[in-house]
Design a protein around this ligand. Structure first.
Ligand code: PMP
Length: 404
């Protein structure tokens, strides 16, 4: 291990806290990650020294703000290997990014009988917008089911992807189970029938490098706050071909070329999709998070996260009353304890300063398919977690068992 995690942890002020009398063990990174000082500094610097609106560069500060804002777009484009920053649209997060595609693509390009294909493990953010599109257009929502080991059933996917499939919308990594879906294969299958592809990358970008060109997807959505940036900023990558064809959704200032009472001419993408004053500070801080990540040895961090995952899975496997759900590969491990409600377990862990999440993880259909009425407890990693964190969780579960 080339990177010293103990040194890296000093970049994240939140991690140094005492919670309920114990050093914080933060294992809720799939919900949101902590922020490094570099991101906090970028936010502070913008509001303290540069604060001005963008794209109205008639004075020095607005020129600076615009440059920093557009540089952040370029950084994000490089981060996911998008061919051009013009293919990067700022949104509030993954949810808004998917809703943008649902509105601008789904409602305008889908017709009755067209099929939208999602998977059984999707987050609600990649289900509900498509249900709404189906209701509005007469398109049909189809679902790739799970195998007995809770992975996507690729044989069923092969049957489901046909000439009626117009859109494939799947998650890169399941937030509930930490499984990496075979999206390259799914994208290739979808492209072979001429379907458009959208990938929900919310749980991927913070864990491993993503290359949208290599994937060949039409759209890729993610949230800043799950990759060390602030809340309220996210990204939709979209291929120029689609961004040119799609109409805008929200309208008003910033997204126009000319306006008269008779007619409005819209700006080009990406601005066409960014009505109103954007989250300038958030975008700049997301750019700072990208800089921070790209400065690190990401392959080493990925190996480190994998070691943590193996340590946790081995520890849980030695507990007879614990069942791990699915085959976790990145970020999150979902588990249940016999006869114990996940929330009771989480409360006893919280008393020991250990933060995990419980419930359905915004994936009710998945929990239903798995027969998990009360959901699961989920521990989710980031690279700043340590072997001591995993050991604390395992010991915490033992202690909870004693108390129950
Ligand atoms: N998709 C996945 C896989 C997620 O994990 C999340 C966040 N839990 C979302 C979508 C929604 O992200 P946001 O709430 O940041 O819009």
């Amino acid at each position: 291990m080339i990177v010293d995690i103990r040194v890296l942890r000093r970049d994240f002020p939140t991690l140094a806290q005492i919670v309920n009398g114990h050093s914080l063990v933060y294992l809720d990174n799939a919900a949101t990650t902590q922020k490094p000082q570099a991101v906090l500094d970028a936010l502070n610097h913008y509001y303290r020294d540069t604060n001005a609106n963008v794209h109205r560069a008639s004075h020095a500060l607005s020129g600076q703000a615009t440059r920093a804002f557009e540089q952040a777009r370029e950084k994000v484009a490089r981060f996911i290997h998008a061919p051009s920053p013009r293919e990067i649209i700022w949104t509030r997060g993954t949810t808004e990014a998917i809703n943008l595609v649902a509105f601008c693509f789904g409602r305008h390009f889908l017709n009755a009988g067209d099929e939208i294909l999602v998977s059984a493990s999707e987050h609600h953010a990649n289900i509900v917008p498509w249900q709404q599109v189906a209701a509005a257009t007469g398109a049909v929502l189809r679902v790739i089911p799970l195998t007995d080991s809770a992975e996507l059933d690729m044989a069923a996917a092969e049957q489901l992807i046909n000439e009626r499939t117009r859109l494939l919308a799947v998650g890169h990594v399941s937030n509930a189970l930490g499984q990496v879906n075979p999206i390259a294969k799914l994208i290739a299958m979808a492209k072979a029938v001429g379907a458009v592809t959208l990938i929900d990358g919310a749980q991927a970008v913070g864990h491993f490098p993503v290359n949208v060109q290599a994937l060949g997807c039409d759209f890729y959505a993610f949230s800043g706050h799950k990759m060390f940036a602030p809340t309220g900023i996210g990204v939709l990558y979209g291929k120029t071909e689609w961004l040119e064809k799609m109409p805008p959704w929200q309208t008003g200032g910033e997204m126009i070329k000319t306006v008269s009472f008779e007619h409005t001419q819209f700006a080009e993408a990406p601005f066409k999709f960014e009505a109103g004053t954007p989250n300038i500070a958030g975008a700049i801080a997301l750019g700072a998070a990208v800089d921070y990540l790209l400065d690190l040895d990401r392959a080493a961090l990925q190996r480190h996260e994998h070691e943590l995952l193996t340590q946790l899975l081995n520890g849980l496997a030695a507990m007879n009353d614990i069942r791990v759900i699915g085959r976790p590969q990145a970020g999150a491990v979902s588990f249940t304890m016999d006869e114990v409600h996940p929330q009771d377990l989480a409360t006893l862990l919280d008393m020991q300063g250990i933060a995990v999440r419980t419930g359905h993880h915004c994936a009710m259909p998945l929990m239903q398919a798995l027969g998990l009425k009360n959901g699961t407890a989920r521990a989710s990693f980031s690279f700043y977690n340590t072997a001591d964190d995993v050991a604390a969780l395992l010991a915490g579960i033992d202690k909870a068992r004693e108390l129950l």
